[in-house]
Ligand binder design. Structure first.
Ligand code: C5P
Length: 230
C-alpha cells in the first residue's frame, strides 16, 4: 500500500463527491472506495438483524462479519452493492438509511472495525477514496486531498431535485433539516469528525457546475501526477 497512488475526496453529502469520484475513477482507471456505502450497509444490516443502533459492541461485531461485495463493470464504476447475497444497491440510498448510517458512524469500535476493510481497497493501479475522513484518518498520506463544500441550503435543493427526478416525492424543508442534523452529528462527533485535512484543497461547489468542479480537480491531478498515462 505504501507506494500506491491515492486521491481522497471528503466533504458533506450533496457537494458532488460521488459524481466527482466516479469520474476520477473512470478517467484514471483506478479503484473506487465509497466509504459512506460501508456505513449505510452496516445500518441496513443492523435493521435486518434487529441490532439496536445503541448497541455499540454488537454493531462492531456485525461490521467485522458483514459479507459485502461491490461489483463494478469496470474499474471505478460502482454498479451493484451486495450484502449477504442480497442486492442492496437501492436500499442503502434512502434518507432513512443515510441517517442511520450517520448514527452508527459515530461509534468508535464500528469505525475501527471498518478501517481494515477500507485499507483493503488500496490496490494497483491506484485508489479514489470518497468519504468524510479519507484524508484525515484512513489515508493520511494520500498524494492529493480534495475537500468539497457547499451551503446546507444548496445541498438540500440538489437532493430535492435528485429525488424529484427519480419520481420520489420530497419536502425541501424536511430535507434541509435532515442535512443540517447530519452535518451537525458528523462534524461534532468525537471520532473522525467531518473536517478538511490541513493539506487538502478546498473547493466550494455551491456556485459551480459539476463539470467546472471536475475540471478544477483534473488540473490538480495532472499537477500531482505529471507522469500519469490515462
Ligand atoms: O456519504 P454518505 O452520505 O453515503 O455517508 C453516509 C454517512 O456515513 C455520513 O452521513 C457519515 O455519517 C458516514 N460516513 C462517515 N465516514 C465516512 C463516510 C461516511 O462517517 N468516511
Amino acid at each position: 500500500m505504501a507506494d500506491m497512488p491515492v486521491i481522497t475526496v471528503d466533504g458533506p453529502s450533496g457537494t458532488g463527491k460521488g459524481t466527482v469520484c466516479s469520474f476520477l475513477a473512470n478517467w484514471l482507471g483506478w479503484h473506487l472506495l465509497d466509504s459512506g456505502a460501508l456505513y449505510r450497509i452496516l445500518a441496513l444490516a443492523a435493521d435486518k438483524h434487529a441490532v439496536s443502533l445503541q448497541d455499540e459492541l454488537s454493531l462492531a461485531e456485525l461490521a467485522e462479519k458483514l459479507q459485502i461485495q461491490f461489483t463494478a463493470q469496470q474499474a471505478g464504476s460502482l454498479v451493484k452493492v451486495m450484502l449477504d447475497d442480497e442486492d442492496v444497491t437501492d436500499a442503502i440510498r434512502t434518507e432513512a438509511c443515510g441517517n442511520a448510517a450517520s448514527q452508527v458512524a459515530a461509534i468508535v469500535p464500528v469505525r475501527q472495525a471498518l478501517l481494515a476493510r477500507q485499507h483493503a481497497f488500496c490496490q494497483p493501479p491506484g485508489l479514489i477514496a470518497d468519504g468524510r475522513d479519507m484524508g484525515t484518518v484512513v489515508f493520511p498520506d494520500a498524494d492529493l486531498k480534495i475537500y468539497l463544500t457547499a451551503s446546507a441550503d444548496i445541498r438540500a435543493e440538489r437532493r430535492y431535485k435528485q429525488l424529484l427526478d427519480k419520481g420520489i416525492g420530497a419536502n425541501l424543508r424536511d430535507l434541509s433539516a435532515d442535512i443540517r442534523a447530519r452535518d451537525e452529528r458528523d462534524s461534532n462527533r468525537a471520532v473522525s469528525p467531518l473536517k478538511s485535512a490541513e493539506d487538502a484543497i478546498i473547493i466550494d461547489t455551491g456556485e459551480l457546475e459539476i463539470n467546472e468542479v471536475v475540471n478544477a480537480i483534473r488540473k490538480h491531478v495532472n499537477e500531482t501526477f505529471p507522469n500519469l498515462q490515462q
